[in-house]
Structure formats: structure tokens, C-alpha cells
Ligand binder design. Structure first.
Ligand code: BGP
Length: 450
């Protein structure tokens, strides 16, 4: 690979985790349960009651981040750790925990990048209002966000609002369908609209209360390629991408609904757009766009009569897939960065990117496949920067091994292994993998070698 110039001097090299997948201590320190905590209680997998135990290991973990010379750390605040019932009552112990995390990060000059909502809706709010299908939950989120800006605004200058509303919409889970998949399918357009309102309200508050901070949404972007150059497949890829990508970006970033996508959900309740909703979204513009990137998809068109409305998604014959069937596509990250930056003209940030693998916890993990994955993806990021994309930073997923969203603890992503498995081993010892050392070197030379 030909070496290019380095990344920008202020490039935010970092790493990501989320509260419900890493913290553990789900009912410790005054925290109450979230719907996401409940969703991890699945037959055959460990739940997240301990997870990676970041709650008790944060000092050690941040020390490891510092040793890697990370410039940034993306983590999420657990709403029910701060407000156990989701509204009104503040849990001082929970607030103190996040201040302690911020103290450690400040000690090493690591920039905190904070997601306000990474799936952990307080269970009490779900019981009281039925969750995100009720506007009262949007009001509760607004108050929670306000509290966060007032309490942490002097220390946190980069915020992400809601993690992957698009993936939540497409696949449900994470406690969103706690009352059943049918109810989720019925309500999902409304839930998504409420996410967009919650996002806009948080943007408005952040701009007012912490004017020197940046705030933006987080999308789980999946490029979709046509299976062949047959226009039927090309249209299918466009339709699939509108359904899983553009629909959300247009709503959250521009306050526009793609009506052909809305029409494709005849069995869901229609969106309850009230006066002022669209104006609110349009007026409160994000400062940047965070993107989680793992894979691309391929669409094949299904022709019914002379219509090409339907599609099926399949694997890409030119790419290899992970053990979990996700196509490994480094060029896709560059495709995504150019597509989004050139469409919305906002700085972009890679908030997640990584590869899962089954790994032994007995000895230091020699994860050359992960190094290879990062090497190629970061090279493509560098090309995108050369091509004019304003990429602010890159946080891989994940820093430490943590609980995957739906496949337990053995689907490992970390740069640092956590000694814990589904067979009952749980010393929680942290051992850096080979990829940790590789990433450390990349950060030190600001990506020169990529
Ligand atoms: C993203 C989520 C993360 C993370 C990742 C990997 O969608 O934001 O929380 O878990 O995907 O997915 P999984 O854990 O399902 O392998």
C-alpha cells in the first residue's frame, strides 16, 4: 500500500464502549434497570449484570486507554444510573460515577465523547408511559438531556444523541420490543418520529446550555450495492438504501420524510406529526454526523409485474464475511464517508468500526485478522480525507471485550480482552491483544503508515 500524508494533527484517535454493554453493576450504586438490561437476559447467553464490569474497572481501563495514547473515548451515560426512574429524581451516586470517569479521562487528557442514549431506556418509564411510543418519554429525555448538559457541560464538549435509530427501527430488539414484536412493528414509525424529536430537542438544549460543544446523531450506515448492473437490481439497491439509510438521515438532519419509504409500512400506525414537529427538527441543526460502520449489503430486485418495489438482501460474492455473516468491506467505509459528507456538508466522525471474532481467553490474543481489518478500513478513511471529507476522528468498536447486542460475550470486538466467557470463567482480567499494540503505534505516528 502506498503511504499517504498523515491524518490531520487534531484527529481524534479513540475507542468506544456503551454503558449497558460494558458497565455491569446494573442495580448497583442506586441504578435501576433499563429495558436494555432486560433484553440481555436470554437463554444460553450471559446477561449484562456484570458485563465487562467497567463500573468497577474504569480506572484500570482508562489507564490502558492512556497507555495506548488515545486522544478520545466514546462512552454512553446510562440514563437510569443518573435518573433511576427516568425522570425527576437524580441519583447522586450515579452522577458521581460519571464525574469520576471524567476525572480519570482529564488526568490523561483524553477527550470524552458521550452518547446520551445507547438503548438503555429506564424500565420505569416504559412501565409508566409505554416507552418511546409516547411523547411523555420524549419530554423525559429532554429533561434528562438538560440535566446532563447542566451537570457535565463544563467537562464534556462532544455529544451524540441517540445511537443508531435506524438499526433500532430496522431490527427492533434491545428492549424496544419488550411488549412483543407485533407491538413494536405497529408502533415503529411513531417511535422513530419521537427519536427524531428527542434528538432535535437535545440539539436545541445543547446549543443553548453548552454553546462551545458539538452535538450530532449516530447512524448505523450500511451501504447497499446492486447485485448486478441490471437496472432492476440497481433500483433495488436504491430502495434498500433509502429504507435503511436515507430515510433516517433525511429526517434527523433535514426534517424531511421520504414518503415512498413511509408508504412501505402499511401495517404500522401512521406517524403522529404534530404542529411544530418538523419546524423543530429543521431549525435545530446538528454540528456533525457520527457513523457506525461494520459492513455493506447487496440487494437483488424482485420484479412483480412491471414494478420493482421489493428487494432481498444477500452476501457479496466478492467479499469475505465474519463468523456472524457480516461482509467485510473496507472500501464501503470510504463510500459511506464521501456519500454522507458530500450530501450533508457536515463534519463526520467514525463512532464505531470493528470486527467480531471468537477468541480464547487463555493467552494474549494474536488477532492479526483484526489488525488487517483496521489497517484496510483506516487506509480507506485516509483516502476519504484526501478526497476532501472532513473526518474529525475515529473510535473503533470496542475498547474492551463487552457484551454484544444479541449474541452474548463470545462475539468479541475488543482491543483488550476481558477474561470472561459463557462457560462461567469471570476473573475479568484485562489483557491487551496484539491489535491494541498495533493501534497504539498507529496513534503514535498519527496514521502515517496506513
Ligand atoms: C452497533 C451498536 C453497538 C455494537 C455493535 C456491534 O449496532 O451500536 O452497540 O454492539 O453494533 O453489534 P453486535 O454487538 O450485535 O455484534
Amino acid at each position: 500500500m502506498k503511504a499517504l500524508d498523515s491524518f490531520p494533527d487534531d484527529f481524534l484517535w479513540g475507542s468506544s464502549i456503551s454503558a449497558y454493554q460494558a458497565e455491569g453493576g446494573v442495580e448497583e450504586g442506586g441504578k435501576h434497570l433499563s429495558v436494555a438490561d432486560i433484553s440481555t437476559q436470554k437463554e444460553g447467553y450471559s446477561d449484562n449484570s456484570t458485563a465487562s464490569d467497567f463500573f468497577h474497572h474504569y480506572k484500570e481501563d482508562i489507564q490502558l486507554l492512556a497507555n495506548m495514547h488515545a486522544k478520545a473515548f466514546r462512552f454512553s451515560l446510562a440514563w437510569p444510573r443518573i435518573m433511576p426512574e427516568g425522570e425527576k429524581r437524580i441519583n447522586k451516586e450515579g452522577v458521581a460515577f460519571y464525574h469520576a470517569v471524567l476525572d480519570e479521562l482529564e488526568k490523561y487528557n483524553i477527550k470524552p465523547i458521550v452518547t446520551l442514549f445507547h438503548y438503555d431506556l429506564p424500565l420505569s418509564l416504559h412501565k409508566k408511559y409505554g416507552g418511546w411510543n409516547n411523547r411523555k418519554t420524549v419530554d423525559a429525555f429532554e429533561n434528562y438531556a438538560k440535566f446532563c448538559f447542566e451537570e457535565f457541560g463544563h467537562r464534556i464538549k462532544m455529544y451524540m444523541t441517540i445511537n443508531e435509530p435506524d438499526i433500532l427501527f430496522m431490527y427492533g430488539g434491545h428492549g424496544l420490543d419488550i411488549d412483543g414484536v407485533e407491538i413494536f412493528q405497529r408502533d415503529k414509525l411513531r417511535i422513530n418520529h419521537h427519536f427524531a424529536l428527542a434528538h432535535a430537542k437535545a440539539v436545541a438544549l445543547c446549543h443553548k446550555l453548552v454553546p462551545d460543544a458539538m452535538i450530532g446523531p449516530v447512524f448505523g450506515y450500511v451501504p447497499v450495492y446492486p447485485k448486478t448492473s441490471n437496472p432492476i437490481d440497481v433500483m433495488a439497491a436504491k430502495n434498500a438504501s433509502d429504507v435503511q439509510n436515507a430515510f433516517f438521515q433525511e429526517l434527523f438532519l433535514n426534517g424531511n420524510y421520504l414518503t415512498h419509504v413511509l408508504d412501505s409500512y402499511p401495517n404500522s400506525l401512521p406517524v403522529d406529526i404534530e404542529d411544530g414537529d418538523i419546524k423543530l427538527i429543521k431549525q435545530n441543526k446538528s454540528d456533525f454526523i457520527a457513523l457506525n460502520y461494520y459492513k455493506s449489503d447487496v440487494a437483488e430486485g424482485i420484479k412483480e409485474g412491471d414494478k420493482v418495489n421489493d428487494f432481498i438482501l444477500c452476501n457479496n460474492e466478492y467479499l469475505q464475511a465474519t463468523e456472524w455473516g457480516w461482509d467485510i468491506d473496507a472500501i464501503g467505509i470510504r463510500y459511506m464517508l464521501r456519500e454522507i459528507f458530500n450530501r450533508y456538508h457536515l463534519p463526520v466522525f467514525i463512532s464505531e468500526n470493528g470486527i467480531a471474532h471468537s477468541e480464547s481467553i487463555e493467552r494474549p490474543v494474536q488477532d492479526d485478522y483484526r489488525i488487517d481489518y483496521y489497517q484496510h478500513h483506516l487506509h480507506e478513511c485516509k483516502l476519504a480525507i484526501k478526497e476532501g471529507v472532513k473526518l474529525l476522528g475515529y473510535c473503533n468498536w470496542s475498547f474492551i471485550d463487552l457484551l454484544s447486542t444479541s449474541q452474548g460475550f463470545e462475539k468479541r470486538y475488543g482491543l483488550v480482552s476481558v477474561k470472561k466467557n459463557e462457560k462461567g470463567v469471570s476473573t475479568l482480567e484485562r489483557i491487551p491483544k496484539k491489535s491494541y499494540k498495533w493501534y497504539k503505534k498507529i496513534i503514535e505516528q498519527n496514521g502515517k503508515e496506513l
